[in-house]
Design a binder for this molecule. Structure first.
Ligand code: GRF
Length: 265
């Protein structure tokens, strides 16, 4: 029997992707087991799903932490190993903006993340899956999880065919743009917004009588099979990252990190 990888999951809401992963683990469709579920939102319905399946869970109340940071900045005790310059130089989430605003953003997120890392420390894991986790992760957190740059281990599912429509409303943006095809993408997390190397995608047609709701429904159903399939590729050690250089013309080359999927053995 194949060895099972240990998955940690972070959620914010309904947790239907979490449910699909739990079901795939329980039915043996994927060689994995979920060792914890963490949420930034105490009301997340996904927490109930974890409980029902006997999976340990915890909450890190981001909204409260961010509010405290804003209202009582003098009480901020950032982790000793956090370096603002390092985070600002790595992140490509935001275009350069007012320094104070960026510092406030990253300090409050790192406060929350250090609590998250503290809770996660009790549950060793091989892969961290973001399953509708509606918070951006800073380079501080990402570097703590991705200790080997060639082997990233944070995956996300996004409701659009990336690189189109990053952000919090992929299906809505797809619909409002008048796209004739929508889709979902599983990718590794990098320091940008939904910009990391793509692992898998599924597409669906959009018809004249579709609405945002009908698109969301169609997309979510595809997500429920795409995410477990990508996790299984990770579990079977079939994902390899390669830094590739593409020559565009005489003057320009671009570099990208690509995920290659190895054949099944
Ligand atoms: C999904 O559409 C996912 O792509 C996006 O957030 C939604 C989460 O849904 N990141 P659920 O909580 O898994 O039901």
């Amino acid at each position: 029997m194949a060895e099972k990888i240990r998955i940690g999951a972070l959620i914010s809401g309904g947790g239907t992707n979490l449910q699909a992963i739990i079901d795939s683990c329980e039915s043996g469709k994927i060689d994995a087991r979920i060792v914890f579920v963490g949420s930034d939102n105490p009301e997340a319905r996904g927490l109930e799903r974890a409980k029902k399946h006997g999976i340990p869970s915890f909450v890190v109340p981001y909204s409260e932490i961010i509010r405290n940071c804003r209202e009582y900045p003098e009480t901020l005790r950032l982790p000793a190993d956090f370096h603002m310059e390092d985070v600002l130089s790595k992140q490509h989430f935001f275009p350069p903006g007012p320094r104070k605003k960026m510092e406030d953003f990253f300090s409050s997120r790192v406060m929350a993340e250090s609590m998250l890392l503290g809770k996660m420390a009790g549950f060793p894991f091989d892969l961290l899956v973001l399953a509708g986790f509606m918070r951006s992760l800073t380079p501080y957190f990402i570097d703590k999880v991705n200790t080997d740059p060639d082997r990233p281990r944070i995956m996300n599912i996004h409701p659009s065919l990336l690189p189109a429509f990053p952000g919090s409303d992929g299906y809505g943006d797809t619909f409002r743009y008048g796209c004739k095809i929508g889709g979902c993408t599983v990718h590794f997390i990098d320091y940008g917004e939904d910009s990391g190397p793509i692992i898998g995608q599924q597409a669906f047609p959009i018809h004249e009588n579709d609405t945002i709701d009908s698109i969301k429904k169609r997309g979510l159903e595809l997500e429920w099979s795409l995410y477990p399939a990508c996790i299984q590729l990770f579990a079977r050690n079939r994902l390899r990252l390669a830094r590739e250089t593409f020559r565009i013309d005489d003057k320009r080359t671009i570099q990208r990190t690509i995920v290659h999927i190895l054949a099944a053995r």
